[in-house]
Write a protein of this length. Structure first.
Length: 156
């Protein structure tokens, strides 16, 4: 077989593989890149993974940020080289039947907060997965829920 033919067939096979890539793996890769960009304080890479109309919902009830609002919050931290590190310990991804949306939930480890949970939705935008919503929470063990609720209610 000629070198040109081998290269052509290899290229076609790679092209076919890319055209039929596993969307669950694609979404998981985007989320891994999202966390890595945050940990390395790479502002453009991090925010480039959001859909233009995306939102980030933080752990405090007041934290619901549009991309522009979240950028304003994060920029001073990232400019000083301070991001945030959340390491995935588990993840589930579900892709819609039409392949245009995906939802996920993931358990994360953070040095300060311990076990956290990220949930959200991604949407295909111009063929690329973009984060439409990311919601970060701190799971509360059921045995502690009553006490946590009392403390929250007593906070002005």
């Amino acid at each position: 077989m000629s070198l040109a033919r081998t290269l052509l067939q290899t290229g076609l096979l790679i092209g076919l593989h890319s055209a039929h890539a596993n969307p669950v793996e694609e979404v998981s890769t985007v989320l891994d890149r999202f966390h890595r960009a945050a940990a390395e304080a790479r502002f453009d890479d991090y925010f480039g993974l959001f859909a233009p109309d995306g939102v980030f919902i933080g752990t405090d009830a007041s934290e619901r940020w549009t991309v522009a609002e979240f950028q304003a919050y994060a920029k001073p931290h990232f400019d000083r080289g301070r991001g945030w590190t959340y390491t995935r310990t588990a993840r589930q991804v579900n892709v819609s039947a039409d392949g245009q949306h995906a939802s996920f939930d993931e358990l994360l480890d953070n040095a300060s907060l311990g076990v956290c949970r990220g949930t959200g939705v991604l949407r295909r935008v111009a063929g690329n997965w973009k984060i439409e919503q990311y919601h970060l929470t701190i799971p509360v063990p059921n045995a502690l829920a009553d006490e946590v609720v009392k403390r929250i209610r007593s906070t002005p």
